[in-house]
Design a protein around this ligand. Structure first.
Ligand SMILES: NC(=O)c1ccc[n+]([C@@H]2O[C@H](COP(=O)([O-])OP(=O)(O)OC[C@H]3O[C@@H](n4cnc5c(N)ncnc54)[C@H](O)[C@@H]3O)[C@@H](O)[C@H]2O)c1
Length: 323
């Protein structure tokens, strides 16, 4: 079989157990020639003659699916989110889409907590000052006993909650499918979205991007925050109105932000990057040795399972195989 592999952390020159497994069953492996997430225009020629595709954060639109060869049987997402894949168009064409949930949650939770500490204590701004030859301090706030609002208590939200307990934080969560027994066992209080945004000192987003959640943090939500609240977003840029957040950060209504994801990536010209109280990383939540290894192995295994007609429990568009 011929396989296309595009994640920027799964490359031709880096040997790994996932690459060994893929090489043991593929006649040809085509790698991402650009070293960045691909657009529809980049993808269409690369998909020619391909049977299976291990997909990074590419834009797999209806146009890409329509142009894909009939040999393409599976798009195996390397990661949990699939908001950039038109899974309905894929299902209509009989292309199975799979993902790798759970295996990067500890890495993303570490980064969310890192951004929380960095924003609360203004670590990057202090670092910039000292490198510029300044020896001046900026006061921050403690995380200890603060109220943390977790929007989306799934795999990553829970991993963040487990870390927050070590800081004696008071945890609120909103999630329409809340795991109530987990929440009870960790003394996490289930609240509405409104209650969460008005009562939290720090809000962290761990939800998928879809039509219900797009711009969930808008101008109105920002106006309801506790003045000086901090927002952490390691989910998807499209969840937050960046212009409204910028105005909130300027007025002080928002005390700081930690962002790993942007509406447009790379975020050239994002006003957020001009502010000292914003801590930013380049969609690096899952970039750890552990997550790269686990996502690679699971993405390759999912691809092999689908191509060999075996059952795969990570199919996200079951319509494609008529379940
Ligand atoms: N920064 C990164 O590199 C990176 C890596 C992995 C995942 N992610 C993002 O993190 C998101 C969460 O990942 P996960 O593994 O925890 O997913 P998950 O499916 O385990 O959890 C998502 C949770 O959100 C809840 N939810 C859905 N809609 C909601 C809403 N409107 N309000 C409140 N809760 C809602 C769901 O019920 C679920 O419990 C992914 O969708 C992805 O976009 C980012």
């Amino acid at each position: 079989v011929k396989i296309l592999v595009t994640p920027t952390s799964f490359t031709r020159d880096k040997q790994s157990p996932a690459k060994d497994l893929l090489e043991s069953c593929a006649a040809e492996i085509r790698y991402n020639p650009l070293g960045m997430p691909l657009t529809a225009g980049d993808l269409i020629p690369l998909l020619a003659g391909i049977d299976g595709y291990i997909a990074g954060l590419d834009y797999i639109t209806a146009e890409v699916i329509a142009a894909a060869p009939s040999s393409l049987k599976v798009i195996s997402r390397y990661g949990a989110g699939y908001d950039r894949v038109d899974i309905t168009a894929a299902a209509k064409k009989g292309v199975v889409v799979t993902n790798t949930p759970g295996v990067n949650s500890q890495s993303v939770a570490d980064l969310a907590f890192g951004l929380m500490l960095a924003a609360a204590r203004k670590i990057p701004a202090l670092d910039r000052r000292i490198r510029a030859g300044e020896w001046s301090r900026i006061s921050g706030v403690e995380l200890y006993q603060k109220t943390l609002g977790i929007i989306g208590l799934g795999e990553i939200g829970k991993a963040v909650a487990n870390r927050a307990q070590g800081f004696a934080m008071n945890i609120l969560a909103c999630d329409p499918y809340l795991d109530k027994s987990y929440a009870r066992s960790k003394q996490i209080r289930e609240v509405s979205f409104e209650e969460l945004i008005t009562n939290s000192d720090i809000i962290t987003l761990h939800i998928p991007l879809n039509e219900q959640t797009r711009i969930i943090i808008d101008e109105r939500a920002i106006s309801k925050l506790k003045p000086g609240a901090i927002i952490i977003n390691t989910s998807r840029g499209g969840l937050i109105d960046e212009e409204a957040a910028y105005r909130g950060l300027i007025s002080g209504q928002l005390g700081g932000m930690g962002v790993d994801v942007f509406e447009t990536e790379p975020p050239a010209g994002s006003p957020l990057l001009t502010l000292d109280n914003v801590v930013a990383t380049p969609h690096a939540g899952a970039h750890t040795a552990e997550a790269i290894n686990n996502m690679g192995l699971l993405a390759v295994q999912n691809l092999i399972d689908v191509l060999s007609g075996r059952e795969c429990k990570y199919v996200i568009n079951p319509g494609a195989i008529g379940i």
